[in-house]
Design a protein around this ligand. Structure first.
Ligand code: ADP
Ligand code: MG
Length: 262
């Protein structure tokens, strides 16, 4: 459904943030992009929605297609119209507006009647938002704001939703609630591309994953295989071969050994 073909992304014509990556998101699947801070995950999502251009960035090589159509460098509104929605990092709610007003904003491409229908659907799917409908968005908890920005994305009747770090900074119970919702959305047929640093939860939900480092994909595979991959376990899950959590001392020791050997 979504395909990135060897794309590069440049900021300000000089900073190469993504260095030739190929990613496939089949219809109905959940794919996750993993990696540490600065790896190029957000840039990849912004290249797809073409929000990079608001940061003086552009796709400088390669192609992006969605539903068989080339969307490389397309107008962001046109991309949304085709059913591809980008939920940005940092829960960008309209802080002074109510939950309901925030949701309505998400349906700005539909007429009033359709918006009302979608609103009912979102409230059914995310009952917590129905209970909070008149609250000011800026006063919601981080988890509630995350549910809100996902709800707002649903208002646009998407085929594919890309979500950037939905679990960042949330308490474990809230992470569970957000991922429960994502699991339900996936079961209802929505295609998902999720960027995460929380490798464990992302690999529970996803079918397939890509690990990024320094603008490149260094590892990819079925989620099951990644969970059992030794490097992923050690560096991203923090587990040893025996499944124990590695202590900081072990890690330091390992790095020192690596430095000597390297
Ligand atoms: N607007 C920007 N202008 C210039 N460089 C940027 C911009 N946004 C991100 N970068 C750089 O691109 C690289 C990838 O960043 P990003 O995509 O945000 O990584 P991640 O989401 O994996 O943490 C980093 O080196 C970052 O400094
Ligand atoms: Mg990011």
């Amino acid at each position: 459904m979504l395909e990135l073909n060897n794309i590069e992304v440049l900021y300000s014509d000089v900073i190469l943030a993504v260095k030739g990556i190929t990613v496939q998101v089949p219809a109905g699947s959940c794919v996750t992009l993993l990696g540490a801070n600065g790896a190029g995950k957000s840039t990849t999502l912004k290249a797809i929605s073409n929000l990079v251009r608001t940061e003086d960035g552009r796709v400088s090589a390669g192609t992006i297609s969605f539903g068989g159509q080339d969307i490389t460098g397309a107008d962001p509104v046109a991309v949304v119209r085709q059913g591809l929605i980008h939920v940005m990092e940092g829960r960008k709610v309209l802080r002074h507006m109510t939950v309901e007003q925030n949701l309505i904003v998400g349906s700005h491409l539909s007429d009033g009647q359709e918006a009302k229908r979608m609103l009912d659907e979102v409230y059914t799917r995310i009952p917590r938002l129905a209970a909070l409908n008149r609250r000011t968005a800026g006063y919601l908890s981080g988890g509630e704001q995350q549910l809100l920005v996902i709800g707002r994305a649903l208002m646009a009747k998407p085929k594919l939703v890309m979500i950037d770090e939905p679990s960042l900074g949330l308490a474990p119970l809230m992470v569970e609630e957000v991922y429960q919702l994502l699991t339900e959305l996936k079961a209802s047929g929505l295609t998902l591309l999720i960027v995460e640093q929380n490798t464990r939860v992302a690999l529970e939900l996803a079918d397939y994953g890509y690990v990024m480092e320094n603008g490149r994909i260094v590892l990819e595979g079925a989620a099951e295989n990644l969970k059992n991959n030794e490097d992923v376990r050690e560096f991203y899950l923090g587990l040893t071969v025996e499944g124990e959590r590695k202590s900081f001392r072990d890690m330091k020791h390992y790095r020192r050994r690596k430095r000597w050997l390297g």
